[in-house]
Ligand binder design. Structure first.
Ligand code: ANZ
Ligand code: ZN
Length: 825
C-alpha cells in the first residue's frame, strides 16, 4: 500500500478526470433531471484567496450531492473580467489591461482546478471577450429600443481618486466602494437603465424566493416603498401650488411651514417675488458642494433659509405658512418638497427650534382604552415641547378629525382634500434608475452614435460588437470623459441613419451589466447567433441554487433580477426570477480572529494550505469550521484535525479486513441509516459542519470493529465523496473496483447516493426548546443525548435565533439535557 499522500492523490485524479471529461455536462441525459448549480464567478485578480475557496469548494459539496442523487448537474465557472483593477495595473505596471486580465485568468484557472470541483470547463465564459460583450451590447440595444435605457444629465457620484463616476450602490456611505475616498457630486450626461419601472415587481416577487431573509430585507429597504399622499399647498394670489409627498397626512393640522429642496423649480419661477433671493441663491450654491449623504446625515445640524415674502396655504385650515429651502430635502425623492410637522418629525422639530417656528401638537399617544399616556407627553412645564412624538396615535387640534386614530385619519383627511382636488394617494420608491455609464477604458463600449442631425442612434445589430480599441493612455480625461474619447479612429464614425459624420459614445458600461446576465450565457456559451438559444435556456434556467457573498445583496442580485424581468418582457425569457434559491457564505477571519489583511500578516493562502494538506483536507475543513453562513477564524489545529480524520479513514480502509458478510459486526443498522439521513439532510440545508460530525461518529464506530462488511465501506466512501472527492476516488478504485484501468462509469462520482430506511432508525430524537432570555423562540429536533456544546452550536446557527441575538453579547447559556437551552443576552 502507498503512503498517505493527499497531494499526490489530488493531482492524479484531477488529471484523470480532466482527461476523461467526467464533469462535462451535456444539455440532456436520458432519465435525469437538469440541475443548475451556480457560484458567483470571480474577478480575475490573479489570485484565488481563501474566501473564494470558501464559496467554491463548499458549494461544490452540494453540487456533488445533487449529482450523486441522480441529477444532471451543471456547475459552470467563468470570469467577471472587465473592471477597474486591470486598468489600474495598466497605469501602474504599464501592462495592457487585456494582457493583465488574461494572464490572471490563466493563473486562476489552475488554482480553480486545484479545488477539485465538478466545473464543466467547456462552458467557461470571460466577460471581456468580444464574443461575450457583443451580447452585453446587444442587450443594451434591446433595452434602449424599449425605452429602458436613456441618457440624462444628473448629479453623479464622482470619485476623485479613481477619476470616475460611481453608481449609488458603489458609493454607499458617501465613499468609493473600491478605494474608500470621499465622493463628490458632479453634473454629467449619463446613461441610465430604468430599473425603477420594475420597483413594485422587484419588491413583490421577493416573496417567491428561497433566499436568506436578511438579503430579502436589504433589497426591500433598498427599493424603499412608501405609501402616503401628495398634498397641494396653494400659493396665495397665484394659480401655483407646491406639492408635497407625505406618509403622514394625519399630521396635516400640525404643519407650520414647507421645506423645498435647493433644486426645486419653484424657487427659480418665483425669484422675482423672493425678496432675499441673493442669499437664497448663495445657500443653493453651497448645498451643491455636499454629497447626498452629508445632506441627509442625522448627525449634522440641519441648515436652511426662508424664502422671504412667499407664503403657502395649509389646505386643511387655510393658514398662511412660511416656505423654506433646506438641503436635507432631496430633489430626487417624492416631490422634492416636504410639509414640516415639528411636533411629530424630529428633523422638523430641530429645524423649527433653530429657526423659532411655531409648533402644534396634533397626535397624542394613548393606550388601548384610549387613555392618554402621560410619560409620552411632549409638553414641558414651561410650555415648550421637548422632542417630536413620531409614532401614530389619536388626533388632537385637528378640527373635525379630533379623536380619530392616525390610521383612519390618514384616509379621511386625504378623501376630504381629494374632493377639492388638493390631495391624492401616492406611492414613492427610494430606488433610483441605475446609472450605467463609466468614464473608463476597461469595459464594454456603449453601442450608441451621436449625429448632430439625427441625435442619438443605436449601432445597427449587424455591426456588433463595437470593439474596444487599443489605447496608450488609460486615464480618463480631465473633463471626466473616458480615455476612448482621445482615440479619433474610434470616436469618428458615420451616422447609421443619414450616413453623415457622427461620433461614438465613449463611455463604457458598468461591469455589473456583464454580470447581470452571465448565468444565461452558461446555458449556451458558444452561440454566435443569440445570447443563448431558447431551447437551451429552457433546459437550464432559472438557476436552481446560487451560492456567493452577501455583499452582493443590493447590487448584483438586484440587477440580475431586473435583467431577467426586462428580458422576459422583451420576449426572450419565459420566467421572471433568475435565482430560485440563494445561499451566502460567511467570512473567514485570520487565525487571530481579525479580518485577513496583508498588513496584519494573518492571510491564509489556499495554495500553501493544499500543498501541506491536500485539497480534500481544505475542502473538508472549510465545511467543518462552523455554520456556513457565519464563517469564523481559521484554526490551524482544526485543519490538522480534519487531516487526521482523513488519515484515519485511509488507515481504516487499509487495515481492516473487509468481508462480503460479517456476523460479528456491531455497527448497528440504526447508526448506518441515521448517518445517511443526517449527512443527506445536512448537506441539503447547507449544514456541512454537522454532516461531518455525523461522519466522524460513524468512522469512530467502524474503527473499533475487528472487521467490516464491504457494503459498509462502500457506504462510507460514498458519504465522503462530496467532501473529499480525490481521496474517495482513490479508495473506491482501490477497494471496490479493483481495476487498473479507469472508466467513467466506475468513478465514485458517477455512483448513486445512498438511501436510508427510516424504519431502521431507532427514534432517538427529542424536541429541544430554544429560549432567548427565557422566552421560547424556536424548537429543534435533536439527538436525545445531544451535548451542551452541540446544542449551542445548533441553536446559534438558527436564523430565527440569530434575529434575537445579533449584535448582542451572550452572557450565559443554560442547558437542561433533553429539554431546553436558554441563551441569555
Ligand atoms: C410630513 C410628516 C410628518 C412626515 C411626520 C413624516 C412624519 P419615507 O417613509 O422615508 O418615505 N419627505 C418627503 N419627501 C422628502 C424629500 N424629498 N426629502 C426628504 N424628506 C422627504 O419618508 C417620507 C417622509 O419623508 C414624508 O412624510 C416627508 O415627511 C419626508 F410627522 O411628511 B413626512
Ligand atoms: Zn444622422
Amino acid at each position: 500500500m502507498n503512503d498517505f499522500n493527499l497531494q499526490k492523490i489530488d493531482k492524479k485524479w484531477q488529471r484523470i478526470w480532466e482527461k476523461n471529461e467526467i464533469y462535462k455536462t451535456p444539455d440532456r441525459i436520458k432519465n435525469k433531471k437538469n440541475f443548475y448549480h451556480l457560484v458567483m464567478f470571480p474577478y480575475p485578480s490573479g489570485n484565488l484567496h481563501i474566501g473564494h475557496w470558501y464559496n467554491f469548494a463548499v458549494a461544490d459539496v452540494y453540487a456533488r450531492l445533487k449529482r450523486m442523487q441522480g441529477y444532471n448537474v451543471m456547475s459552470p465557472i467563468g470570469f467577471d473580467a472587465f473592471g477597474l483593477p486591470a486598468e489600474n495595473a495598466a497605469i501602474l505596471h504599464k501592462i495592457h489591461p487585456q494582457k493583465w486580465t488574461y494572464n490572471n485568468i490563466k493563473k486562476m484557472r489552475k488554482q480553480l482546478k486545484s479545488i477539485g470541483a465538478i466545473y464543466d470547463w467547456s462552458r467557461e465564459i470571460i466577460t471581456c471577450a468580444p464574443n461575450y460583450y457583443k451580447w452585453t451590447q446587444w442587450m443594451f440595444l434591446q433595452f434602449y429600443k424599449k425605452g429602458l435605457a436613456y441618457k440624462k444629465k444628473a448629479p453623479a457620484n464622482w470619485c476623485p481618486k479613481c477619476n470616475s463616476i460611481l453608481a449609488n450602490e458603489q458609493a454607499e456611505g458617501g465613499v468609493c466602494w473600491r478605494c474608500e475616498t470621499q465622493v463628490e457630486q458632479r453634473e454629467v450626461e449619463q446613461w441610465f437603465f430604468k430599473i425603477t419601472k420594475y420597483a413594485e415587481e422587484l419588491l413583490k416577487d421577493l416573496d417567491k424566493l428561497d433566499w436568506p431573509e436578511k438579503t430579502k430585507l436589504m433589497q426591500k429597504n433598498w427599493i424603499g416603498k412608501s405609501e402616503g399622499a401628495t398634498i397641494k399647498f396653494p400659493i396665495p394670489n397665484s394659480q401655483f401650488s407646491i406639492e408635497v409627498f407625505t406618509t403622514r397626512p394625519d399630521t396635516l393640522f400640525g404643519c407650520t411651514y414647507l421645506v423645498l429642496s435647493p433644486e426645486h423649480p419653484f424657487i427659480e419661477n418665483f425669484k422675482l417675488k423672493i425678496s432675499n433671493f441673493k442669499s437664497v441663491e448663495k445657500y443653493i450654491q453651497d448645498s451643491k458642494k455636499k454629497t447626498e449623504r452629508e445632506r441627509i446625515s442625522e448627525i449634522k445640524e440641519k441648515t436652511g433659509i426662508e424664502l422671504k415674502d412667499v407664503k403657502a396655504i395649509n389646505p386643511v385650515n387655510n393658514r398662511e405658512i412660511p416656505v423654506f429651502v433646506a438641503d436635507y430635502v432631496l430633489s430626487s425623492y417624492g416631490t422634492g418638497a416636504v410639509m414640516a410637522v415639528p411636533c411629530h418629525d424630529q428633523r422638523d422639530f430641530d429645524f423649527a427650534r433653530k429657526y423659532n417656528l411655531p409648533m402644534i401638537e396634533v397626535i397624542q399617544s394613548f393606550n388601548e382604552d384610549k387613555k392618554f399616556l402621560q410619560e409620552n407627553s411632549l409638553l414641558m412645564s414651561n410650555g415648550s415641547f421637548q422632542k417630536a412624538y413620531e409614532e401614530e396615535g389619536i388626533l388632537i387640534n385637528s378640527g373635525r378629525f379630533n379623536g380619530m386614530k392616525s390610521q383612519t385619519a390618514k384616509e379621511r383627511i386625504v378623501e376630504w382634500l381629494e374632493k377639492r382636488g388638493l390631495a391624492k394617494k401616492s406611492i414613492h420608491y427610494k430606488i433610483r434608475d441605475w446609472l450605467i455609464s463609466r468614464q473608463r477604458y476597461w469595459g464594454a463600449p456603449i453601442p450608441m452614435i451621436f449625429c448632430q442631425k439625427c441625435g442619438w442612434q443605436p449601432v445597427p445589430e449587424k455591426d456588433l460588437p463595437v470593439l474596444l480599441p487599443k489605447v496608450k493612455d488609460y486615464l480618463p480625461t480631465k473633463e471626466g470623459k473616458s480615455p476612448l474619447a482621445k482615440i479619433k479612429e474610434f470616436v469618428n464614425t458615420k451616422c447609421p441613419k443619414c450616413g453623415g459624420l457622427a461620433e461614438r459614445e465613449t463611455d463604457t458600461m458598468d461591469t455589473f451589466i456583464c454580470s447581470s446576465w452571465y448565468y444565461l450565457r452558461y446555458a449556451d456559451p458558444q452561440n454566435d447567433k443569440k445570447f443563448a438559444s431558447k431551447e437551451k435556456i429552457k433546459k437550464w434556467l432559472p438557476v436552481d441554487i446560487y451560492v456567493g457573498g452577501a455583499e452582493h445583496a443590493v447590487m448584483h442580485l438586484l440587477y440580475s433580477r431586473f435583467f431577467v424581468k426586462a428580458l422576459r418582457d422583451l420576449g426572450f425569457l419565459n420566467f421572471g426570477e433568475p435565482f430560485l434559491r440563494l445561499k451566502h457564505q460567511g467570512i473567514i477571519l485570520g487565525p487571530d480572529g481579525q479580518k485577513m489583511s496583508k498588513s496584519r500578516g494573518n492571510v491564509i493562502d489556499p495554495d500553501q494550505e493544499i500543498n501541506k494538506y491536500g485539497a480534500d483536507t481544505i475542502r473538508m475543513y472549510l465545511c467543518f469550521m462552523g455554520p456556513y453562513d457565519q464563517g469564523g477564524p481559521w484554526n490551524p489545529k482544526g485543519v490538522l484535525g480534519v487531516y487526521r480524520f482523513l488519515q484515519k479513514i485511509w488507515k481504516l480502509a487499509e487495515d481492516l479486513k473487509f468481508k462480503e458478510k460479517n456476523n460479528h459486526t456491531s455497527i448497528t443498522e440504526s447508526l448506518i441509516n441515521k448517518t445517511i439521513k443526517k449527512v443527506t439532510e445536512d448537506i441539503e440545508n447547507f449544514r456541512f459542519n454537522t454532516a461531518i460530525s455525523a461522519l466522524m461518529i460513524l468512522v469512530n464506530e467502524m474503527s473499533k470493529q475487528p472487521s467490516l462488511e464491504i457494503r459498509n465501506l462502500k457506504l462510507l466512501i460514498k458519504l465522503l465523496a462530496p467532501f473529499a472527492p480525490h481521496l474517495s476516488e482513490e479508495l473506491w478504485q482501490n477497494y471496490v473496483i479493483h481495476n487498473s484501468k479507469f472508466i467513467n462509469s466506475n468513478s465514485i462520482h458517477n455512483q448513486s447516493w445512498p438511501k436510508y430506511n427510516q424504519k431502521l432508525i431507532q427514534e432517538e430524537k427529542i424536541t429541544l426548546v430554544i429560549q432567548i432570555n427565557g422566552k421560547v423562540r424556536d424548537k429543534i429536533e435533536a439527538d436525545k443525548d445531544i451535548s451542551e456544546e452541540e446544542a449551542k452550536k445548533l441553536t446559534l446557527g438558527r436564523e430565527k435565533v440569530r434575529k434575537w441575538i445579533e449584535g448582542k453579547e451572550i452572557k450565559k447559556v443554560i442547558f437542561v439535557p433533553r429539554k431546553l437551552i436558554n441563551i441569555v443576552v
